[in-house]
Design a protein around this ligand. Structure first.
Ligand code: 0O3
Ligand code: SF4
Length: 319
């Protein structure tokens, strides 16, 4: 069996930044760090941080006053931020800068009373945070998840003050078809030049399409609540290649790989590389050849952490 590794795969710049913020905060403050929601949607990342003493909460009210809180990479609503301020929490914001960019645009639309449509998945923390940037008594933000939802929108066809935005981790193909239908129904709608789907989502989805051309099975490493990982698995299946999403190597069933000649591996933006290595080791134990890295888009983007969270030299090698 040949093993092909997708490129790019795994951690994106937003996830790396969020993890570094928490790890450095632990070293600098030497106090309990609370994180609102899972910092990123990966079981192993969360487990590791929990071991270091990080406490994950869903509600700000569960955090004692004057504590340190980190907002997860998916971002929070304005109301959540206000609650944290009221409790006199020290806020460390690990929201990905690309999510913050959407927040700012939605907030601007709200201030200008521009009716807004957000394309995204109901209940996802990023969507909750983005919807929560809009607060206007005279106009509204509406969430749509599908093309079918467009016809249910209580918006006049020739509304000229209408905007749309998207979640950052959606399926590129499906989102484009939603936007096309939106533009058909609302000819005066405006929105981002492409959509708000980020570079990392785009590159990882393109890499899966490439994998699908040369493999007869794809393994996607990523937790069940990870939207971008779910989209990779969905895309794999759409290409017609047998695709399975796994948390780690221990989910792999021998019967899946029995007659497979070319197996592709990828990982969602929140899945650490050590999980890929474990899968490769497992496959090699089952007789697979040495893995080959596929060529793909090189990602050079780095998001800096706030200056006050960079480590002083005496803490740099501290583990
Ligand atoms: O948004 P998603 O469920 O994909 O989140 P993950 O798995 O934590 O990955 C990072 C992406 C993110 C923070 C939002 O863009
Ligand atoms: Fe940021 Fe994109 Fe990563 Fe989300 S997937 S954290 S938007 S870089």
């Amino acid at each position: 069996m040949d093993v092909l590794l997708a490129n790019p795969r795994g951690f994106c710049a937003g996830v790396k930044r969020a993890i570094l913020i928490v790890e450095n905060a632990l070293k600098i403050y030497k106090r309990t760090i609370y994180v609102k929601h899972e910092l990123v949607h990966n079981q192993y990342v969360i487990k590791k941080l929990r071991k270091k003493g990080v406490i994950f909460v869903e509600k700000i009210s569960d955090i004692p006053d004057n504590s340190i809180v980190v907002f997860s990479a998916h971002g929070v609503s304005k109301k959540t931020k206000e609650k944290a301020i009221k409790k006199k929490l020290i806020i460390l914001n690990a929201t990905c800068p690309l999510v913050t960019k959407v927040h700012k645009e939605v907030s601007k639309a709200s201030e200008k009373s521009i009716e807004t449509i957000l394309i995204g998945h109901k209940g996802h923390p990023e969507v909750i945070g983005t919807l929560g940037q809009y607060n206007n008594e005279n106009s509204k933000i509406h969430l749509i998840e599908s093309i079918e939802d467009i016809n249910k929108l209580p918006i006049k066809k020739n509304n000229t003050k209408l905007n749309f935005f998207t979640q950052t981790t959606l399926s590129i193909k499906y989102t484009q078809s939603i936007i096309k239908s939106l533009k058909k129904k609302f000819p005066y709608i405006s929105g981002p030049k492409k959509e708000d789907i980020c570079y990392a989502t785009t590159n990882r989805q393109n890499a899966v399409v490439k994998l699908s051309n040369i493999t007869d099975m794809i393994l996607v490493i990523g937790s069940k609540n990870s939207s971008n990982s779910n989209r990779l698995a969905e895309l794999g299946r759409e290409t017609g290649v047998f695709t399975k999403q796994i948390e780690s190597f221990s989910d792999i069933k021998e019967k899946w790989i029995k007659n497979i000649k070319y197996i592709g591996i990828t990982a969602g933006a929140s899945a650490p590389e050590f999980l890929v290595k474990q899968v490769v080791e497992y496959l090699q134990k089952m007789g697979a050849k040495k893995p080959k890295e596929m060529l793909g888009t090189k990602e050079k983007i780095i998001f800096n952490i706030p200056r006050y969270l960079t480590l002083p030299s005496h803490l740099k090698n501290y583990e």
